[in-house]
Design a protein around this ligand. Structure first.
Ligand code: CP
Length: 326
C-alpha cells in the first residue's frame, strides 16, 4: 500500500500503488486507497482548467469503453480522461457490435481482451456482470455501473466534490434521498462515506428502501424532515424507472410532494448544507428545478467537472500498477 513508483516522462510526482488490478466497487476498499485516488484526482483538477490539458501518462496505453447501458457523464468523462492522459480511447458501440448478433458478454470480453487493451471500462444493466467479465480478461477493468450494485467512480467523484468544499469527509452528516432500492450510486456512496468516517442517512418511501439496509451502517428515515435534520450534504437520487417493474410510487406529484427536494424541505438541513445529484436529473420529480440551478447550494455541475479528474486518477493508478508489476 505504501509503495510508490515515479511517473514516466516529465511528471516527477510520486504515485501510490493501487492495491488491486481492477476497480469493481468501493466495498472493501481501505480508507488509504480511497484517499490515494482522491489525492491524485485533486492534482488533475487544475490541469483540466488549463487550455493545454494533455499529458503523456497513458502514452501507448489503450482504454476501451464498453457500455451496455446509456450514459452521458460517465462515458464522456472516461473518454476525456483517457485522451487527456495521452492514451488511445476506443468507444465501442454495443448497438453496432456483434452483441446484436447474439455474442455473449464473455465472448465479447474475450474478443476485446485478445486485442491487448490496458483498461476496459464497462457498464452493464446486471449486477455482478462487470465482475464476471473481469475474471475472463487480462487487463484492468473499471466498473462504470453494474445494475443496482455499484458505481465506484461516481462515489469517488462525489467524495472529491465534498472534500474540496468542506475540507474533509469525517463526521459530516450526509443524507442520501430517493430511490435507494435501485441505486448503485447509493450503495457505492454508503460504502465510501462509511469508510471515510461520515454519518450516512438514507431517506425513501418504504417501497424504495431495501430490506435491512441498516446492515450497511446507515440511519434509515421515512421522512425528509427527519432525514435532513442538521445534514451537511443532501444527495438526491433519480427514480430508476428502467429498473422498475410495476408501481413503486402512487404518482409523480405525490412523490415530489413528500420526497422531492425543494427550499422548504431543505430548511431542515444545516443553513449552509450543499446539494448533490449524480445525474441525469428529473427536474420537478426528485428536485426542484430552481434549487438544482442555485449556485449557492447546488454542486451538481461541480460533480460533473470533478468526474473527469477522478477518472484520470483511476486510469493512471490502474495502468501504473500494471507497469509496476511487469
Ligand atoms: N451519473 C451517471 O452515471 O450519469 P450517466 O448515466 O450519464 O453516466
Amino acid at each position: 500500500m505504501n509503495a510508490e513508483i515515479p511517473l514516466p516522462g516529465s511528471d516527477s510526482r510520486a504515485l501510490p500503488v493501487f492495491p488491486h488490478r481492477d476497480l469493481l466497487g468501493i466495498e472493501g476498499l481501505p480508507r488509504q486507497a480511497i484517499t490515494s485516488i482522491l489525492d491524485r484526482a485533486d492534482t488533475y483538477v487544475a490541469q483540466n482548467r488549463k487550455p493545454d490539458k494533455k499529458t503523456a501518462v497513458l502514452r501507448g496505453r489503450t482504454v476501451i469503453n464498453l457500455f451496455f447501458e446509456n450514459s452521458t457523464r460517465t462515458r464522456t468523462s472516461f473518454e476525456l480522461a483517457g485522451k487527456r492522459l495521452g492514451g488511445d480511447v476506443i468507444n465501442m458501440s454495443v448497438s453496432a457490435s456483434s452483441v446484436k448478433k447474439g455474442e455473449t458478454l464473455i465472448d465479447t470480453a474475450l474478443t476485446l481482451s485478445a486485442m491487448h487493451p490496458d483498461v476496459l471500462v464497462v457498464r452493464h444493466p446486471d449486477s455482478g456482470a462487470v465482475s464476471l467479465l473481469a475474471q475472463k480478461v487480462n487487463c484492468a477493468v473499471i466498473n462504470a455501473g453494474d445494475g443496482a450494485h455499484e458505481h465506484p467512480t461516481q462515489a469517488l467523484l462525489d467524495a472529491l466534490t465534498i472534500r474540496r468544499r468542506r475540507g474533509h469527509l469525517e463526521g459530516l452528516i450526509v443524507a442520501i434521498c430517493g430511490d435507494i432500492l435501485h441505486s448503485r450510486v447509493a450503495r457505492s456512496n454508503i460504502h465510501l462515506l462509511n469508510a471515510m468516517g461520515a454519518r450516512v442517512r438514507v431517506v425513501a418511501p418504504a417501497t424504495l428502501m431495501p430490506v435491512e439496509i441498516e446492515r450497511l451502517g446507515v440511519e434509515v428515515h421515512a421522512t425528509m424532515a427527519g432525514g435532513l435534520k442538521d445534514a451537511d450534504i443532501v444527495m438526491m437520487l433519480r427514480l430508476q424507472t428502467e429498473r422498475m417493474s410495476g408501481r413503486y410510487i402512487p404518482s409523480i406529484r405525490e412523490y415530489f410532494h413528500f420526497f422531492g427536494l425543494d427550499y422548504e424541505k431543505l430548511r431542515a438541513a444545516k443553513p449552509d448544507a450543499l446539494i448533490m445529484h449524480p445525474g441525469p436529473m428529473n427536474r420537478g420529480i426528485e428536485i426542484d428545478s430552481q434549487l438544482a440551478d442555485d449556485i449557492h447550494r447546488s454542486m451538481i455541475l461541480e460533480q460533473v467537472e470533478l468526474g473527469v479528474a477522478i477518472r484520470m486518477a483511476c486510469l493512471e493508478l490502474l495502468t501504473q500498477r500494471a507497469r509496476a508489476t511487469i
